[in-house]
Design a protein around this ligand. Structure first.
Ligand code: AMP
Ligand code: ZN
Length: 139
């Protein structure tokens, strides 16, 4: 896609710090890293989000993420790695080309807000109703 910054990175029109590439997938370092080794894994074919990405590319991205997370473990020895993927402006997706964040964590960093929310029990009837609504809509 012409105006897409990640498509430009794949084409080499914008420089990036590449860590991995195969037929379908490209992975590179986030230039605004939340932590050391913050990596983005993307499909080479433009797709905006999880709604749009073809299953083959989705599988390829996540398969590659397993290779990359193994490399991150070997290279950086993190205490954990958060995998984060946002869909739509309402979820704070900024770059509209599907991407999986791999965010290495170490003990001396503040918690990621998205991974440390407070647990409070929901309304079981409402949860049941919502589950039934989603289940009924599955194609
Ligand atoms: P998201 O909110 O999930 O859409 O995040 C988009 C991510 O892309 C952010 O973490 C940005 O730092 C990152 N990003 C934007 N432009 C570039 C770029 N040219 N190279 C590397 N990472 C980028
Ligand atoms: Zn794109």
């Amino acid at each position: 896609m012409e105006d897409c910054i990640f498509c430009k990175i794949i084409k080499g029109d914008i420089p990036s710090f590449k860590v991995y590439e195969d037929d379908r997938v490209f992975a590179f370092e986030d230039i605004n890293p939340i932590s050391r080794g913050h990596t983005l894994v993307i499909p080479k074919a433009h797709a905006q989000d999880l709604w749009e990405i073809p299953e083959e590319d989705l599988a390829a991205v996540h398969k590659a993420s397993k290779k990359i997370i193994a490399a991150i473990k070997k290279a950086l020895n993190p205490s954990g790695v958060a995998c984060l993927q946002l869909n739509g402006r309402g979820a704070n997706q900024v770059v509209m080309h599907y991407h999986l964040h791999l965010i290495p964590r170490s003990g001396d960093e503040p918690e990621l807000p998205v991974s440390s929310w407070e647990l409070s029990q929901g309304d079981m009837e409402a949860i049941k109703e919502t589950a039934a609504k989603i289940a009924a809509a599955i194609a």
